[in-house]
Design a protein around this ligand. Structure first.
Ligand code: NAD
Length: 395
C-alpha cells in the first residue's frame, strides 16, 4: 500500500547489528475539540509508546485542562506544544479526534489522515469535504466485533461509562431511595428499574442499579441478552418470544413497522409499572428505534424518571429532545448527550488505551504507515486518499 503523504522527518535508530537505519516519522495532532468535550484520545503515558510506532505527537496548547493535565505533562512525555489549530494542522500528517471535525476553515489541509471516534454517518457534508480534500479517514465506530478488536473498542468503553452514569442521573432525580430500607420509621420499597436494550450500556446500567439495591428488569430483542441479564441478577422480560431480531456482528437488526408497533404495545404495560426507565436501544449507523410512545410515557406514574441514552441518535422515546431534560405530567425525561464526557478522566484512560491499540495496527515494516493490510483497518477506513473504500458494514 502507498504510505499516506507525510512531511518527511527522519529519525535514526541503532539496531542490534550496530547499523543505523532511518524511518520517516509521522506527526499526529491532538486538538481541543468543542468546549463540551472533556475527554482526550491520548494521555501523556502513551506518547513514548507512540514514538516507538514511528509517531510524533503534537498537541494544541491547553489540551489537557479538562482533566487537570498541564501542557508540561505532555511535553515531559515527549509531545510538542503548538499554539493554535491552524499551525497544528499545517504541521501534522494525522489528526486524532473524538468527533467528526468540520475542517472547512482549513482549506489548505489536504491529503492528511483522520483517525477517530467520528460517528461519520451523521456528518455526510464533513465527510464529503474530506473526500474532496483527498483525506484518508478511519472511523473507530466501524470496528468489527472480533476478539482482536476488543482492546480498541471505543463504543464499548464509552457505552459502559454511559450506562453507569445514566443510573446515577436517574437516582439523583428520583425523589425516593433506590434500595429497600427497613427502618424504625417503616419499610421503604425498592425502586423498580426497567432497562430497555441490554447491550454494553444496558448491562452496565443493570449492574449499577442492582448495586444500588433496585429491583431490575430488562428487555432486549436479541435472545442472547437473556443470559447476560440474568447473570447480573435482573429479570429478563420475554415479552414477545416470537420477535427475535439478532442482526450481524452482535448488533440488533431494525424491526419492521409491524414488529415495532407490536413491541411498543407489548412494552406499554411494563413501562407503566417502572419507577425508573433507562433506554439504550441502538442500531449501527442508523437513528435509534422509537420504542416508548408518547402514550406509553404518559402512563408512567408522576415522579418516575426516564433516562434516554439513545438521545445521541434521536432517542428511544418519541418525546425525547436530545440534550434536554423535560418534565412531562410529573415524569422527568432526561436525554443526555455525550455522557462519558462527564467522566472525563476514566473516559480518557479507556480511550487512550483503545486509540493506542488501534494505532499499533499502522506500524508496518518499522514505520507508521497509513495502509489497508489488515481486516480491522479495512473495516474502519471510509476514505483512502480521498477515495471511498468498500467497508464491511454491519447489517
Ligand atoms: P448497541 O449499542 O448497538 O445497542 C444496544 C442494545 O439495544 C443492543 O443490545 C440491541 O440488541 C438493543 N436493541 C436494538 N434495537 C432494539 C429494540 N428495538 N428493542 C430492544 N432492544 C433493542 O449494542 P452494543 O451494546 O454495542 O452491543 C450489542 C452486543 O454486542 C452485546 O451483546 C455486546 O456484548 C456485543 N459486543 C461484542 C463485542 C466483541 O465481540 N468484540 C464488542 C462489543 C459488544
Amino acid at each position: 500500500m502507498v504510505p499516506a503523504k507525510c512531511q518527511t522527518r527522519m529519525r535514526a535508530t541503532q539496531g542490534k547489528s550496530g547499523v543505523f537505519s532511518t524511518f520517516a516519522l509521522m506527526r499526529a495532532a491532538l486538538w481541543r475539540e468543542n468546549p463540551s468535550e472533556r475527554r482526550l484520545p491520548i494521555l501523556p503515558e502513551y506518547i513514548p509508546k507512540l514514538k516507538e510506532l514511528g509517531l510524533e505527537v503534537l498537541i494544541e496548547r491547553g489540551l489537557g485542562a479538562s482533566i487537570f493535565l498541564s501542557d508540561e505533562a505532555y511535553q515531559e512525555a515527549g509531545a510538542e506544544i503548538v499554539p493554535d489549530k491552524a499551525q497544528l494542522l499545517a504541521q501534522a500528517d494525522i489528526l486524532l479526534s473524538l468527533e467528526m471535525p468540520d475542517l472547512t476553515a482549513f482549506p489548505t489541509a489536504t491529503g492528511k489522515v483522520l483517525i477517530g471516534h467520528l460517528n461519520a454517518w451523521r456528518y455526510p457534508e464533513r465527510l464529503a469535504w474530506l473526500q474532496r480534500q483527498g483525506w484518508t479517514v478511519y472511523a473507530l465506530e466501524k470496528l468489527p466485533r472480533i476478539t482482536r478488536a476488543q482492546s480498541m473498542d471505543v463504543l464499548s468503553s464509552m457505552a459502559a461509562l454511559a450506562g453507569y452514569k445514566a443510573v446515577l442521573l436517574a437516582a439523583v432525580e428520583y425523589g425516593r431511595v433506590m434500595p429497600m430500607l427497613t427502618t424504625a420509621a417503616g419499610t421503604l420499597a425498592p425502586a423498580r428499574v426497567l432497562v430497555i436494550g441490554a447491550g454494553v450500556a444496558g448491562l452496565q446500567a443493570i449492574a449499577t442499579a442492582r448495586r444500588l439495591g433496585a429491583r431490575v428488569e430488562a428487555y432486549d430483542v436479541r435472545p442472547a441478552a437473556r443470559e447476560q441479564v440474568e447473570s447480573l441478577g435482573a429479570k429478563f422480560l420475554d415479552l414477545l418470544p416470537h420477535l427475535k431480531a439478532e442482526g450481524t456482528g452482535g448488533y440488533a437488526r431494525e424491526l419492521t413497522p409491524e414488529e415495532q408497533a407490536q413491541q411498543q404495545a407489548a412494552l406499554e404495560e411494563v413501562i407503566a409499572q417502572a419507577d425508573i426507565l433507562i433506554t439504550t436501544a441502538a442500531l449501527p449507523s442508523r437513528p435509534a428505534p422509537k420504542i416508548i410512545t408518547r402514550q406509553a410515557l404518559r402512563r408512567m406514574k408522576p415522579g418516575s424518571v426516564v433516562v434516554d441514552l439513545a438521545a445521541e441518535t434521536g432517542g428511544n422515546c418519541e418525546d425525547t429532545i436530545p440534550g434536554q431534560t423535560q418534565s412531562i405530567q410529573g415524569i422527568t425525561l432526561i436525554a443526555p448527550l455525550n455522557l462519558p464526557s462527564t467522566l472525563p478522566l476514566h473516559a480518557s484512560q479507556m480511550l487512550a488505551r483503545n486509540f493506542y491499540e488501534f494505532l499499533r495496527l499502522f506500524h508496518q515494516n518499522g514505520s507508521f504507515t497509513s495502509h489497508l493490510n489488515d481486516e480491522i483497518l479495512q473495516a474502519t477506513c471510509l476514505l483512502y486518499q480521498g477515495q471511498p473504500t468498500e467497508t464491511k458494514q454491519p447489517a
